[in-house]
Design a protein around this ligand. Structure first.
Ligand SMILES: [Zn+2]
Length: 122
């Protein structure tokens, strides 16, 4: 099978799902006009697709309901403990007595008495 035929057959599948651009559809039509083998393939593909889409959906053998969630498992509890420990460690690290440099940005608006001060420790 030529590369053109493979591309046309791939595009035929996309065309059935309306996922081809106008240009790609034109290329497909042009190929099918010149290639009897692909035209037969695409006709069969259309027929099977039509039959599948027209077929009734099978009913489930039992009602489909989401599973009820049980309590948290040991892995979830272990993960929560690790996250809590990491958070506590970060908090302890931020409570050091070391003084971080502070940069202050002061802006004055046009309003008398209005003043905005932004401070950031870097
Ligand atoms: Zn072909």
């Amino acid at each position: 099978m030529s590369e053109d035929c493979e591309r046309a057959r791939s595009r035929a599948s996309l065309a059935l799902d309306c996922e081809l651009s106008q240009l790609e559809r034109a290329h497909l039509r042009a190929h099918l006009d010149d290639c009897a083998s692909c035209a037969v393939f695409v006709a069969g593909l259309r027929e099977v697709t039509h039959e599948l889409r027209a077929a009734p959906l099978p009913a489930p053998s039992r009602p489909l309901l989401p599973r009820r969630r049980r309590g948290r498992g040991p892995a979830a509890i272990a993960l929560l403990l690790v996250v809590a420990a990491a958070g506590a460690g970060g908090l302890a690290g931020s409570l050091t007595t070391e003084q971080a440099p502070v940069h202050a940005i002061t802006t004055q608006s046009g309003l008398p008495g209005a003043r905005l001060v932004l401070r950031a420790a870097i």
